[in-house]
Structure formats: C-alpha cells, structure tokens
Design a protein around this ligand. Structure first.
Ligand SMILES: Cc1cc2nc3c(=O)[nH]c(=O)nc-3n(C[C@H](O)[C@H](O)[C@H](O)COP(=O)(O)OP(=O)(O)OC[C@H]3O[C@@H](n4cnc5c(N)ncnc54)[C@H](O)[C@@H]3O)c2cc1C
Length: 496
C-alpha cells in the first residue's frame, strides 16, 4: 500500500488509534471469547454517538435481524453501531485483539445472510450523512438508497444511479456492482465511484482511488462487500439531472403472451434504443395463490417524454396488456415511482448472467416453471426477474473493474420467498424448484455466470460464476490488504 493512501490527520478520532489492552493484536478470528472487561473497554472507546449493544439491550434484536429472515437466528455476540470511521477502526482493532469474528453491515439486505456473524456485528447504519463536495457527492458508508434519493431529490439535486429498493445499503450495492433503472444510460453504481475510504484489517484508514491504493479501488467496484475492509465513505461522480425528462411505464400481461412480449422487449433494447434511454425490469411471477395469480409484469423507464415513449411502445401495446400505466413524468417523480420498500422476508435466490438474448425455448421454460409453481403453502412466491443490461454498462471492459459481466444482456434473479414459519419440507420443495429452474436456464443460455449481489450459498463454482477472469486478481488484492483473512464469509474472496 502506498504511504499516500493512508488517510492522515483525522480530526476527532479520540482513542481509535489505541490498541485494546490484554491480548496480542492481529490474531486470526476464532470463536467469540470476549469477557465483560473486554466489552466494557470497547464501549468506553467509542465516540460519544457510537453505541455498543449486547443481547438483551434495546435495540439489539432489531439491529441483529437481517433482511432475509432465513438467517434470522444468526445472532451476534455484540453490535457496535458506529457513528464515525474511528468507531469502525476501534471495533476492528478490538475484535482482532479478542480473536472475535467480525462482519460489517450497512443495509443488511444480503440475500445469503453474509452480514451476520456469531461475533461482532459492525453496523454502519448511523453513518448515513450525504454531502455535496464541489460537483461530487460524498456518501457515508451506512447510507441506504433512500438516504441518497432523499438528499438528491430535496437538497443536492445530484443523482447517483442506484437500486430500486430503498432499504438496500449503498455500500453493499456499490461494492458488488449496483443495478438500477438508469444503469444502461449512466453505468452501474460502482461505475460512478471515484474514491472510497476503507478501514483495513489492521485498523488503519486508507483512501482508495485511481491514484491511491488503485488495486483496492479496482476491487471495490464489483469485488463485493465484506472482502477487503470496511468502507466508511464513498465519493461519487453524480449525474446532473436538472433538465432530464423521465417517464415510467408499468404493464402486465397474461403469461401466455410471454414469448411475444420478450421478443418485443428484446428488440426494443437491442435495436431501437441507440441512446440507451430505455431500461426495463421484467418479472415472471407466481404469488402462490393459485394458477390465476401467475403473471408477467414489465416495469420500465424512458429518459424522454411521454409521447415519444408511447410511440416506441406501440409493438408492446398491440399485445394488449392486462393493465398499463404510462405516465409518471419528471426525473425525481419517476425515481420515486420506481422505488419500493421491501419488508423482511425469508427467501432464496439464484442468479444467471447470460450474454445472449433469450430465445423462445428459454422463455417457454420460464413460463412453464411459473405456471407449474408449487408454493407448498398459500402465499409462497416463485419468480424470475430480468434486469436489462447493456448500454453504458458495456462501455467498460470486463477487466476494467472487478465487475466482470460487461457484455451481459440481462441479470436474471430466480427466486422464491416464503412464510418463515413454514416447515423444512415445504422450504426444501421451494429450494428444489428454484434449483431446477436455474439448472434448466443455465443449460439453455449456456452460462453459469452469477451476480455477486444476488449470492447463492449453494453455488459450487462461485469464484468463476461471480468474478469470471477477475477472481485471481481479487485474491492478490485480498492478500495485500487482508493477508490474515480477517474479513471472511463462506463465499468471500480468499488471500490465496
Ligand atoms: C429487496 C432487495 C432489493 C434489491 N434490489 C437490488 C437492485 O435493484 N439492484 C442491485 O444491484 N441489487 C439489488 N439487491 C441486492 C443488493 O444490492 C445486495 O443485497 C447488497 O449487497 C445489499 O447491500 P446492503 O448494504 O444492504 O447489505 P449488507 O447485508 O449490509 O451487506 C452486504 C455485504 O457487504 C458487506 N458490507 C456491508 N457494509 C459494508 C461496508 N460499509 N464496507 C464493506 N463491506 C460491507 C457485508 O458484510 C455483506 O457481505 C436487492 C436486494 C434486496 C434484498
């Protein structure tokens, strides 16, 4: 690491630089084993607004619960709610000294429960400030899509391409890539990153950008959260959307129209969108309420006016949607319409990232799967969602950042969600169906590539699936910045 990469002169960091007393720093994490005196030490060495919560203390339960309730019984030994980067440094140093596993959490939305731990949960949620720095936007490491949206819409007027779900953390989103309704036009969330501050495994704070710790900066754009350090802040090159027009459209179709709808949409994306003003998300879904509930929904945005969009969508409109809304206009109103809040749920997901368009056979396989969905219990849903790729995403080479899927047509999220009270055999049935759809589409589309932000703990060849040819370089970055493998989880990048 270059000396220039070390952030110096951090004001108000109090005692963060002090090593906790007692044990040797730098020990590889083992089973949690801090005693009361250790916990008291940590509590004393946090900033005035930093907090430590132990089981039984409010709001431990709320903070401990991950978004995916499938992992709700993964309980930490303690939670540090960090208010400053110095709190993060103190927590990392303390955990290492105690030999305690640690994990960072921002929005807590990881599909596979990778922001859970039996050790120390380092929550960055209180660190959600957003500030304009010249023509750049500084976003603290615990901010969510909602925080960035609110600040853009109400204060700064600046937009960073982000995701749809308001509760998702900007940290997890950015570090794994970041898909949204503006990525075809302005790139993935990680493509707008120009600098990030990271607390490393030894507790030091570094700045990573094109000029400083450039290998770490490369890895922070697609190499996934929880791998190289704890990112306490992100500096983005935002889009000035002052004069940008946007129109949202929503349509639903009978499943039987799926093949025609997909032909039409793929033609629109591939042939009829030279400026990449169009973005869509296509969801084949079965809500688990009987065969009549199954449907195909198309949600999209056009960066232009309503009349032009209306003309462009004519081929789709001729397919007689069951419902159709073309209307919300104005950039910020459109982003609000596209946004959603997703309550905690128990779920599984498998993703695929094909580089070819879906032929009729692949679409028929999805339709058949949705139609035949067996929920086990009413209300258990099955879905296949397609996120359109291309445009500005493809402007970068697969090796330019750690995100490798630059030539993809779609990211496909194949999943199921269920009532967490369901017995194991029902859940096993849902997992088996999801696995079968994934296997079938993988064969038909000739790919095993997967999106690291939709992680699947059962994926056997995950390094290649998530990172393609970039995995080797990621292990080198890991070795340099976290040689003792302090930041670890089952599908985490390894230092060898
Ligand atoms: C309802 C829902 C909707 C979604 N929609 C989209 C979407 O539209 N587009 C898209 O691309 N993705 C989407 N995702 C996936 C989402 O991008 C990932 O789950 C993302 O990793 C979540 O980030 P988080 O901070 O909320 O999660 P967390 O669980 O807090 O963190 C995710 C990972 O990053 C690590 N981490 C957290 N904070 C930090 C930090 N500050 N520094 C370093 N590592 C950290 C964690 O340890 C964990 O390994 C969605 C997920 C859900 C559940």
């Amino acid at each position: 690491m270059s000396a220039a990469g070390l952030v110096t002169g951090l004001a108000g960091q109090g005692t963060a630089g002090a090593a906790p007393p007692g044990r040797l720093p730098g020990r590889v994490p083992g089973p949690p084993r801090a005693d009361d005196a250790d916990w008291r030490w940590l509590r004393r060495h946090l900033s005035p607004k930093g907090r430590l919560y132990r089981p039984g203390e409010e709001p431990f339960e709320k903070l401990a619960t991950p978004w995916n309730l499938r992992y709700a019984d993964h309980r930490p030994a303690g939670i540090v709610a960090c208010a400053t980067a110095a709190d993060v440094q103190a927590a990392v140093r303390w955990a290492r000294t105690c030999g305690m596993p640690l994990v960072p959490r921002s929005g807590g939305h990881n599909y596979a429960g990778y922001s859970t731990t039996p050790g120390l949960l380092i929550s960055l949620r209180p660190m959600n400030e957003i500030a304009r720095r010249g023509d750049r936007l500084w976003v603290c490491g615990g901010a969510t899509n909602a925080d960035v949206f609110e600040s853009g819409a109400r204060k700064t007027g600046l937009y960073v391409p982000g995701g749809r779900c308001m509760g998702v953390g900007v940290a997890g989103l950015t570090l794994g890539g970041g898909l949204g309704f503006n990525d075809r036009k302005w790139g993935l969330t990680c493509d707008r990153l120009v600098e990030t501050e990271v607390v490393l495994a030894d507790g030091s704070l570094v700045r990573a950008s094109r000029d400083e710790c450039s290998d770490l900066f490369w890895a922070c754009r697609g190499g996934a959260g929880g791998n190289f350090g704890i990112n306490t802040g992100f500096l983005y090159d935002p889009v000035d959307v002052g004069r940008v027009a946007a129109t949202v459209f929503e349509m639903s179709f009978a499943l039987e129209e799926g093949v025609k709808v997909m032909r039409c949409l793929q033609h629109l994306l591939a042939e009829d969108d030279p400026e990449h003003d169009l973005d869509v998300r296509i969801e084949f879904g079965n809500p688990g309420t009987g065969p009549r509930g199954a449907r195909l929904a198309v949600l999209g945005q056009y960066l232009g006016d309503k009349m032009t969009l209306y003309r462009r969508l004519q081929p789709l409109l001729r397919l007689r949607p069951r419902s159709c809304h073309i209307g919300t206009t104005g950039f910020w109103a459109a982003q609000k319409r596209l946004s959603m809040v997703s309550e905690h749920e128990a779920m599984t997901s498998r993703s695929l990232v094909p580089c070819r368009w879906l032929d009729d056979e692949a679409v028929c396989a999805i339709i058949e799967w949705i139609r035949e969905w067996r929920p086990g219990r009413p209300g258990n849903t099955g879905y296949v969602t397609l996120f359109a790729m291309g445009g500005a995403i493809a402007d970068l080479a697969p090796r330019a950042t750690a995100f490798p899927h630059r030539k993809a047509t779609f990211v496909m999220d194949i999943g199921a969600s269920w009532d967490n009270a369901c017995p194991d055999e029902v859940v096993d049935g849902l997992l088996a169906q999801t696995r079968a759809m994934h296997r079938c589409l993988s064969r038909l589309l000739g790919t095993r590539a997967a999106y690291v932000n939709f992680p699947d703990p059962d994926l056997p060849d995950w390094p290649t699936a998530y990172y393609g040819g970039n995995y080797r370089r990621l292990t080198q970055v890991k070795k340099r910045y976290d040689p003792d493998w302090v930041f670890r989880y089952p599908q985490g990048v390894r230092p060898y």
